[in-house]
Write a protein that binds this ligand. Structure first.
Ligand code: ZN
Ligand code: ZN
Length: 358
């Protein structure tokens, strides 16, 4: 039998939610607030080599779990990797502590939500209102129902690298050449040449907290728009923070996300190598990297997600649930763009006649 946890208000027995604006649990009925007892435990980096091979085993299909509500007696079915849900009949809050145990690696830390739904809606209104190209009808959109707060699993990686690089540095020089043009007149021209010099060297670079999203529904390039998360505020994971929020276990495992982290690190290492090698230009760059001291943590981060339909097209935005940073795509105003194009054409016509008359 699956063990679920309910968190009734000690004062009145109603539901408690984790409230972003208060940074505490708050009763929906009587309004009493309760602080979450924070653990003083240190979140440790874990050695990657111990887990990487074990993690290549595919994530097993998750069983459906059945919760029988202690308040109304109704049953609610959920996928077993959902960590928080509500009774489908009376809305009673339920935590499923076994959700993260459906994966090999459990979360070590969490950044609790700081941005409330109202703040998130305000950020959106402010963001969408900026810029001449936006449709005025956008401001009338009511997105409260479509905006969802999710606790999303992320992986962070630390790694030490030693890098040997080599290649040709190119320096431009110019030669003055005389030649005859099509009219038979003698002209001089500057011709560019490149002087190539072989170079090599080595450098070390330490990577701290390379952050990769562990949820397939959020592409990495979208979440990049709302970075950074302030990871110094990570606290020891406690599922009480999940009360009232969407939360489920990762679907991108350690080995998959570590490959992504490596490609992020390799790009930075290449930039470093280029800055050491290149003069005016470079070619045949080779970098050999040795990775050591590779460690990781799984942490849960707060994300506001919204997808909406506007004039027949789908748009989305993401808000960092800790800092309020926002990213996404905005609808453009067709009428404003048309007006701008017409004005542009009129200006060109006016300039043409002006230059003719002058
Ligand atoms: Zn209460
Ligand atoms: Zn119920």
């Amino acid at each position: 039998m699956q063990a679920f946890e309910e968190y009734p208000c000690p004062n009145c027995g109603s539901e408690l939610n984790y409230e972003a604006s208060k940074s505490s649990l708050k009763c929906l009925h009587c309004g009493t607030a309760f602080a979450i007892q924070q653990s003083t435990e240190v979140i440790e980096e874990r050695n990657i080599s111990i887990f990487k091979d074990a993690e290549t085993i595919p994530i097993a299909p998750v069983q459906v779990v059945v919760y029988r509500c202690s308040k109304c007696g109704q049953e609610t079915q959920k996928e077993g990797d959902v960590a928080f849900f509500e009774c489908r009949n009376c809305g009673n809050n339920v935590l499923n502590p076994a959700a993260y145990a459906t994966r090999r690696i459990s979360p070590a830390g969490i950044i609790p939500f700081k941005i409330s739904k109202q703040e998130a809606l305000d950020r959106f209104a402010n963001w969408i209102g900026r810029g001449f190209w936006n449709d005025n009808d956008l401001k009338k959109l009511s997105l409260a129902d479509k905006l969802e707060g999710h606790y999303v699993p992320f992986w962070t990686f630390d790694c030490h690298t030693e890098n040997d690089w080599s290649g040709y540095a190119g320096r431009y020089y110019y030669e003055t050449v005389r030649r005859r043009n099509a009219n038979g007149e003698e002209v001089t021209e500057q011709v560019r040449h490149t002087d190539w010099t072989w170079r090599s060297g080595s450098f070390e670079r330490f990577f701290d907290d390379v952050l990769v999203c562990g949820n397939n529904a959020i592409p990495q390039d979208r979440i990049n728009d709302v970075y950074p998360y302030l990871l110094k505020d990570v606290v020891v994971f406690d599922d009480e923070y999940l009360l009232g929020w969407n939360a489920r276990a990762y679907d991108k495992d350690l080995s998959e996300t570590y490959q992504l982290a490596r490609s992020i690190m390799d790009r930075k290492i290449e930039e470093d190598a280029v800055s050491r090698l290149a003069e005016d230009t470079y070619r045949d760059l080779r970098v050999e990297t040795r990775y050591s001291g590779e460690t990781f943590k799984q942490i849960i981060l707060p994300v506001w997600l919204c997808q909406y339909l506007f004039k027949g097209k789908t748009y989305h935005f993401i808000i960092n649930g800790q800092t309020g940073a926002i990213g996404g795509n905005k609808p453009l105003s067709v009428s404003k763009i048309a007006t701008a194009i017409i004005i542009g054409i009129l200006v060109l016509i006016a300039l043409y006649f002006f230059s003719k008359s002058g």
